[in-house]
Write a protein that binds this ligand. Structure first.
Ligand code: ADP
Length: 163
């Protein structure tokens, strides 16, 4: 059962949290900034060594000072109107994060709403893409969490799932 939480993802005690990173992996605003602040400066040092990440892919780091053991840094697409492959790239982020989590034997994973902040992906189609991939993988995990930052976003997820 996919859990829909309204929470700060940096507070979650799970094996892996997903970051909505940018391609530099050197931190930014939104959830990325929150994760870097909560994980501590060692995260930035580690990410410098990763050399960036293409859109639609994921890179793994430790959680450092976070309660989560791992951070999966996913680079979502910047919305350009929907005809530039954004949906496929967003889907690829979720798939890559799940595959990376499985490779690390993670049993619990939490996702923010990738690309729906500064990157401008419309919230409802982004949630539809996120949930479709979560439904594909949920049986392989003890916990799959859609971590929404505001109640309004959680309502979209619940509505899509008919809850
Ligand atoms: P992007 O650049 O991929 O759009 P943002 O960080 O701007 O990433 O936004 C992605 C989503 O993360 C937004 O829905 C935003 O409300 C949410 N968000 C921001 N801070 C947090 C947080 N601490 N925990 C969970 N979600 C967050």
């Amino acid at each position: 059962m996919i859990e829909i939480l309204v929470a700060d993802i940096t507070h979650l005690e799970v094996d892996a949290i997903v970051n909505a990173a940018n391609g530099s992996l050197l931190g930014g605003g939104g959830v990325d900034g929150a994760i870097h602040r909560a994980a501590g400066p060692e995260l930035l040092d580690f990410c410098r060594g990763l050399g960036g990440c293409p859109t639609g892919e994921v890179r793994l780091s430790p959680g450092f000072d976070l309660p989560a053991s791992h951070v999966l840094h996913a680079v979502g697409p910047i919305w350009q109107g929907g005809m530039a492959g954004e949906t496929a790239q967003l889907r690829s982020c979720y798939v890559a994060a799940f595959e990376c989590a499985l490779s690390q034997a993670c049993t619990s994973i939490a996702f923010p709403a990738i690309s729906t902040g500064v990157y401008g992906f419309p919230k409802r189609p982004a949630a539809e893409t996120a949930l479709a991939v979560m439904q594909q993988y949920e049986e392989q995990f003890a916990r799959v969490i859609a971590c929404c930052f505001i109640e309004e976003d959680a309502a979209i997820y619940r509505d899509i799932l008919g809850r």
